[in-house]
Design a protein around this ligand. Structure first.
Ligand code: PRP
Length: 192
């Protein structure tokens, strides 16, 4: 018999005792499905372009796009923010641009997390200059206490406290992206 998502989360946790579950995989999947329904209602009859921000948005975008039951296009950007592994310096730079023309398109940016907002401020400015028909942003997580830039999410999965989170795309030193849940990494682990 197939194991439940809660059982699978427990199996993963045994491998990663330094992580405490913040949002289990069932909770994430339920919210992703709700967001997809909202997006499907809002974009019905259009052919939106979903823009994933590498690398963290990959699991979220993969689940979200498969829950929107009509034609969508996908493309990706990569943006670097300089800083240490756990804090951003606020300087951002485009590492990989879209392959797709944006002019006249309905564009939905998909992010794993809105933290300071500096990444999205840069990206939304860049995309707006390319004259999309509409430009919105969906993030699975936001940390309201950390926001520095004037970014308002059109679709938001969860507001979370200011903890260092990993899993479901989010990393620490390129680890933990493959966890099926979102967890808080204990501070002593992040300093190792
Ligand atoms: C993370 C995250 C967002 C950004 C949010 O990306 O995926 O893109 O930081 O932070 P901000 O709101 O403070 O700008 P990161 O630069 O760690 O790259 P990654 O997605 O490849 O892990």
């Amino acid at each position: 018999m197939a194991r439940s998502s809660a059982e699978l989360d427990r199996v993963w946790l045994e491998q990663f005792p330094e992580v405490d579950i913040l949002l289990d995989s069932a909770t994430i999947q339920k919210r992703v499905s709700e967001l997809a329904q909202q997006i499907a209602r809002d974009y019905e009859g259009t052919f939106p372009l979903m823009v994933g921000v590498l690398k963290g948005s990959v699991p979220f975008l993969a689940d979200l796009m498969r829950a929107v039951p009509f034609r969508v296009a996908c493309d990706y950007v990569a943006i670097s923010s300089y800083g240490t592994e756990t804090t951003s310096s606020g300087v951002v730079r485009l590492l990989k641009d879209l392959d797709t023309e944006v002019v006249g398109r309905h564009v939905l940016v998909v992010e794993d997390i809105l933290d300071t907002g500096l990444t999205l401020q840069y990206l939304m400015g860049l995309l707006q200059e390319r004259r999309p028909f509409s430009l919105k942003v969906c993030a699975l997580l936001q940390k309201p206490d950390r926001l520095k830039a004037p970014i308002t999410l059109d679709y938001c999965g969860f507001s979370i406290p200011n903890e260092f989170v990993v899993g479901y795309g989010l990393d620490y030193a390129e680890q933990y992206r493959n966890l099926p849940f979102i967890g808080a990494l204990r501070a002593d682990s992040a300093e190792d």
